[in-house]
Design a protein around this ligand. Sequence first.
Ligand code: BES
Ligand code: ZN
Ligand code: ZN
Length: 500
Amino acid sequence: MDFKNVVEKDITKIKAPVLVVFHAQEDDLEPYIAKIDKMLGNVISRLVDKKVVTGKEGEVNVIPTLGKLDVDEVVVVGLGKKDDFNHDTIRRAGAYAVQNVKKLKTDEYAVFMPESIELEDEMYARAFVEGTVMGNYQFTEYKSENKETVEIKKVTLVWEKDVSLDSVNKGVEIGKTIANAVNYVRDLGNHPANVMTPTKLADEAQKLGKQYGFSVKVLDLDEALKMGMNTFYAVAKGSEEPAKFIIMEYNMEKKDLPLYAVVGKGITFDSGGLSLKPSNYMQGMKYDMCGGAATLGIMRAVAELKLPIRLVGVVPATENMPSGSATKIGDIVKSYSGVTVEILNTDAEGRLILADGLGYVSKNYKPKSIIDLATLTGACVVALGNVVSGLFTKDDTLAEKLTKAGYDSWDRVWRLPLWPEYYELLKSDFADVKNIGGRYAGAITAAAFLSKFIVGEIPWAHLDIAGTAFVDRAKAYTPKGATGAGVRVVVQYLINEIEQ
Ligand code: BES
Ligand code: ZN
Ligand code: ZN
């Protein structure tokens, strides 16, 4: 999909197969709509009188122009109430627009970008493009019929305001890159576990590295075991599918650039292991690698944007399966960091593989921060639903930065506490810690567990994306299935770090 920016104050001058205009839920027609309304014989104002066109968010009306304008159809997209506007309004509007234009079987359309939406040029363009590209996403790989028929080739953004073309072009580029990375992560997540195995995930990382220019190293289970990754091994050893420990490095040779690290949970299927899940709880457990997938997406976006930072991305990838060689309840293993763990529930496996992921990063690199992303706990879904990801960190500055990046990108995060009282719940009778904390505060005790494996004083934050990484109800630019949660907030955090 290509985007083009032009400045044209006079909406009636637009030539395109389809023209999209936005309409807020207010009493009056916006001046630009009034102008085309007049040329169309007041058809729009009549529809307003009949309360067909109301401006309610997501409402779409298609109005044929019968040759009275240089466009075949005008698509009026409702934006909701002006009081509720923010940059996500335009992201969602972009999604409603593309989804409905596609029904008109055109591969090209123009969108009038009104001055009345008060966003700064770059963010205005970026949010619109993000919404369009993410809203255009469909996963039809395994459908024999009903595959997508129209592919949108060109979208022209027609600006009413004298925007800086440099700024809006930059917004388009950033928006496209981030949204394509999000869609890529959705693909990885939506593939079933029989396809998206640890081996496949590692191959994808290798491919990305070649395409976007970063180095990728993949350890197999024997190598990981030799290095002392026993908590990773404890999860992987029950599965027939070969496990992989993926290490990606961007710009690592540029020693002057600040270094950051991301670690993602790559459980390609979570059966629970010997602490077997009931089968209805296993539905959706193909998505348990979404933190790992997001890590690949973040590497891709950062490398494509050529951000002036160094970035290491680590994904321990394995299935969690029950078998004769699986970890038993009560087994004790020593993590890469040296902390011993009593495994009392094999379904709390994400924290075990992340323990070695975090240990590996904190022992071998000196990053300014480590952020991990994981579909870690059902408890986080209970607490926050699928609206916002859980944020856990002891570092107030990092918490503030991630919260801000969440609002800036509208991939929001909400902090929960990590106070010393919660650590009491992880005390083991026989080892340094146990891998479960009991019935209460499950999202917090999981995060507290993770914090034990950071070696040295490195600011660390954990994002629990269990509720946000996949959804069973579609929203504006988020279709059913994998969402790509975590990519936008972390990439935004890294962009903000450069700009500070
Ligand atoms: N992958 C699950 C968490 C999960 C649940 C993600 C629902 C997405 C949706 C994780 O490995 C798990 O099973 N966690 C257990 C932990 C418990 C055994 C302490 C949970 O949340 O029940
Ligand atoms: Zn589990
Ligand atoms: Zn899991």
